[in-house]
Design a protein around this ligand. Structure first.
Ligand SMILES: [Zn+2]
Length: 351
């Protein structure tokens, strides 16, 4: 009787569950801005630059795969607000080594080590020599990420209490995968249906931009990319390589600078810094040309509502969301523009 009941329950369960499972198996992708601060300053508690891309289906809340692109200040805090803990990340990608994109990494890795998370892929450019002679090295950065904690005794002390902890600290958890950025997209990481490609872009030596392709949609993360021509005259401020990478993409996430910080407006913002970012209007034009459906502006310079950007006064007073939207529309983009705030999220397909 008991077996019979179980069989009935199984059959009934299967009949009932199967159609639901099939309906729930539709793939989905979410893109979340984990930090929208533009540059090294802190404003109003904003997280440092970063984007979380999740892919899966309804049964796992689109979260079977979790990829973090850049990890600026406070990334861990933002991730905790959407219930993502460091051990759940499958890989972290860096666009470049500037501190505003990397300084939250130690926090993530220290906690992953403390929680005994598994190894994680760290994907970034191979060592790149700058014009001034020094080398930007993601590999060194990752290798030495916990040196201060090793030297201070934090890691040794926790290990003395728990021998199961890895002796080398967080660096022992990192599987560093480097690539030489090229002018054409190249595959740099994949897992099942999720494929990540990268392209060379201009900002610092070794800067790279990424594209994630999944059955639910695609997203390009431009980072701080700008045009190879370092200053006007040039046809646009955006990267031609990023535009190539973004052909036919659904979502573009890109660092953005507003024309108000330009040399003609006398904010005092250094022209070389201004010119090595992409203008909101030019990003609107790129989004239009590649046929993107969504443009997510992030790393806003200046931040929404800021009177001062870093140490320069914003000419004409603080900018609003409408100011960025107007700038994008001037580029001809008629899709959906998201003027980034921390934890702004897009889902594909839209619910
Ligand atoms: Zn930056």
């Amino acid at each position: 009787m008991k077996c019979f009941s179980i069989v009935i329950a199984l059959v009934v369960g299967m009949c009932f569950v199967a159609p639901v499972t099939m309906a729930e198996a539709a793939p989905c992708l979410t893109v979340t801005l984990t930090g929208t601060q533009g540059g090294p300053s802190v404003f109003n508690g904003q997280g440092g630059a970063g984007t979380l891309v999740r892919y899966g289906d309804d049964s796992n809340d689109c979260g079977a795969i979790k990829l973090q692109f850049d990890a600026g200040r406070g990334t861990n805090m933002r991730l905790s607000q959407i219930k993502v803990s460091p051990p759940q990340l499958n890989a972290i990608f860096f666009t470049h080594m500037h501190g505003d994109h990397t300084e939250g990494f130690a926090d993530i890795m220290m906690l992953r080590w403390y929680l005994k998370g598994p190894k994680i892929d760290i994907v970034c450019s191979s060592d790149a020599a700058s014009v001034l002679g020094f080398t930007n090295s993601c590999r060194k950065y990752v290798t030495h990420i916990a040196d201060a904690f090793i030297q201070s005794g934090e890691i040794a002390e926790r290990r003395s209490e728990d021998k199961a902890r890895l002796a080398g600290g967080p660096a022992d958890l990192a599987n560093v995968i480097t690539f030489d950025p090229k002018d054409e997209p190249q595959a740099v990481w994949s897992s099942g249906d999720v494929k990540v490609s990268a392209i060379r872009s201009t900002h610092t030596a070794g800067h790279a931009s990424y594209r994630v392709d999944t059955p639910a949609g695609s997203v390009v993360i431009g980072g701080d990319a700008a045009n190879d021509v370092p200053a006007p005259p040039r046809s646009h401020s955006t990267s031609d390589q990023v535009e190539r990478l973004a052909q036919g993409v659904d979502i573009i996430v890109h660092s953005t600078i507003h024309p108000v910080l330009g040399p003609d407006r006398a904010s005092g913002f250094p022209p070389p810094s201004f010119y090595r970012q992409s203008l909101a209007t030019d990003l609107g034009a790129v989004a239009k040309r590649v046929g993107a459906k969504y443009l997510m502006l992030t790393h806003l310079a200046p931040s929404l509502g800021a009177v001062i950007h870093n140490r320069w006064k914003v000419p004409g007073g603080p900018l609003t969301e409408a100011d960025y939207r107007t700038a994008v529309e001037a580029g001809g983009f008629t899709g959906t523009t998201i003027v980034g705030t921390d934890l702004a999220t897009l889902r594909l397909p839209a619910k």
